[in-house]
Design a protein around this ligand. Sequence first.
Ligand code: AMP
Ligand code: ZN
Length: 109
Amino acid sequence: MSDCIFCKIANREVPKEFTYEDSDVMVFPDINPVKPIHLLIMPKKHIRDFSELADNSLLDKLRIVIQRMIKEQKLENRGYRLVVNGGGAQIIDHLHIHLLGPLGKAASM
Ligand code: AMP
Ligand code: ZN
């Protein structure tokens, strides 16, 4: 979508340093982090929100990248949260998953 910031990032119209990238999925830090680790994990393809995600193979790709980011960021045992805003609760209408951490009781251990 032409006026979507995440599509512009996916198309390299807006520069962004990726934490992870493949042909279908991209990950970069949130510009306004609310935790020490705050990544946005998303399909490159424009999908408005989670309720419009119909492709099982894309869902599985996202799962694999999310699990990889949890591991790479060493969050498996330090507390993490996954957040998906949708249905109008989201600011940006391009499906993305927030990975936040460390948090909770494990964060201080
Ligand atoms: P939401 O749509 O409410 O799930 O949140 C959108 C998130 O995208 C917010 O946390 C913003 O800080 C973040 N954001 C907006 N523009 C950018 C950008 N250009 N690069 C990185 N993060 C962004
Ligand atoms: Zn988009």
